[in-house]
Design a protein around this ligand. Structure first.
Ligand code: UDP
Length: 336
């Protein structure tokens, strides 16, 4: 193991953070997971990582953990993630997502830790006319959650004044699960399209699936998103960290596939792959949802040598396998 590189992953017990932790360990990094377990789960943390239960708003605790473990870098994934909840609880979101990031940056500054990767989001772009969104598209966040990501990115950029090298990774729609079945998505409550569809396909009930709005300015009227496999995202973090170690700078990259899928197309793909029928009902638009978010991933391809490898089918298959493993639903039909 490479003892010179110890990386703290905040939110490392969560969906994306646990995949990143696996990928770091695979690449010879030591990992300290810092997570308050408010939504993350202990069982998702890989055995090879150290774990400390803590909250990123607690600067003193962060400082102790960074110091004791001689951390050299931080990957910051901890945060609240529900767009709709953020509309109803903007102050809570600000405290966790912006104030928490500020506390973490102060703790790092105090201990001269100057490599930082941030879990940002394509939500910072908000409603845009652009078919493919590049990093220099205007930022027009349409929810408190998205504003938090923009504000945190700004704080991180400002920290370059004291020497912080940072990369903010703007995820498009993370989905799927670890192909080896070690970790996956288990948000409570779940609000995301693919895991909700998979749950419905695994355990059908009489309630039709809600499609939030079919009057958007898209081909079939439903929202379009760029779904990227969570293991592809995890790989991008390791590449970004290694790139930052080689070339310190303050930068931002989109992580997406460059291909959009409408809600209707995703539903049809889940039906085709699982063989389960899913009835749908159109409900009003969900507040804060932009019509279309599709990445132009060119910068990450060129500068990080990163490309999303998994297809939408790979994403859905891995999510299906993970969900069945969680609840031991009988696999009436194998999908290959
Ligand atoms: N969506 C939907 N029904 C659901 C959950 C989500 O129609 O039960 C839609 C949602 O309005 C958005 C898209 O699916 O247009 C993707 O939503 P998700 O929450 O997965 O990701 P987001 O883009 O909001 O981060």
């Amino acid at each position: 193991m490479n003892t010179s590189q110890t990386t703290m992953v905040t939110g490392g017990a969560g969906y994306i953070g646990s995949h990143i932790t696996h990928e770091l360990l695979k690449n010879g990094h030591q990992v300290v997971v810092f997570d308050n377990l408010s939504s993350g789960q202990r069982r998702l943390i890989p055995d090879g990582a150290y774990f400390t239960k803590g909250d990123v708003r607690d600067q003193t605790h962060l400082e102790n953990v960074l110091k004791i473990n001689r951390c050299t870098a931080v990957i910051h994934c901890a945060g609240l993630i529900s767009v709709s909840e953020s509309v109803n609880a903007p102050q809570k979101y600000y405290e966790h997502n912006v104030v928490g990031t500020a506390a973490l940056l102060r703790a790092m500054q105090r201990h001269d830790i100057d490599r930082f990767i941030f879990s940002s989001s394509a939500a910072v772009y908000g409603n845009t006319e652009m078919e493919l969104i590049s990093e220099n598209a205007p930022l027009k966040p349409s929810s408190p959650y998205a504003e938090n990501k923009r504000d945190a990115e700004r704080l991180i950029r400002h920290a370059s004044r004291w020497g912080l090298a940072s990369i903010s990774l703007r995820y498009f729609n993370a989905a799927g699960a670890d192909p080896a079945g070690r970790t996956g998505e288990c948000h409570q409550p779940e609000t995301h399209l693919i895991p909700l569809l998979i749950r419905k396909a695994c355990a059908p009930d009489t309630e039709p699936f809600s499609v939030f709005g079919d009057d958007y300015p898209t081909d079939d009227g439903t929202c379009v998103r760029d779904y990227v496999h969570v293991s592809d995202l995890a790989r991008a973090h390791v590449l970004a960290l290694e790139s930052l170690i080689r070339t310190p700078r303050s930068d931002v990259y989109n992580l997406g596939t460059g291909r959009g899928w409408s809600v209707r197309e995703v539903i049809d793909t889940v039906i085709a792959l699982t063989g389960r029928q899913l009835d749908t009902v159109v409900r009003p638009r969900r507040p804060g949802d932009p019509a279309s978010l599709v990445a132009d991933p060119t910068r990450a391809e060129i500068e990080l040598q990163w490309t999303a490898r998994a297809s939408i089918e790979d994403i859905i298959r891995s999510a299906w396998r993970w969900e069945q493993k969680q609840h031991r639903y009988p696999a009436k039909r194998q999908i290959h």
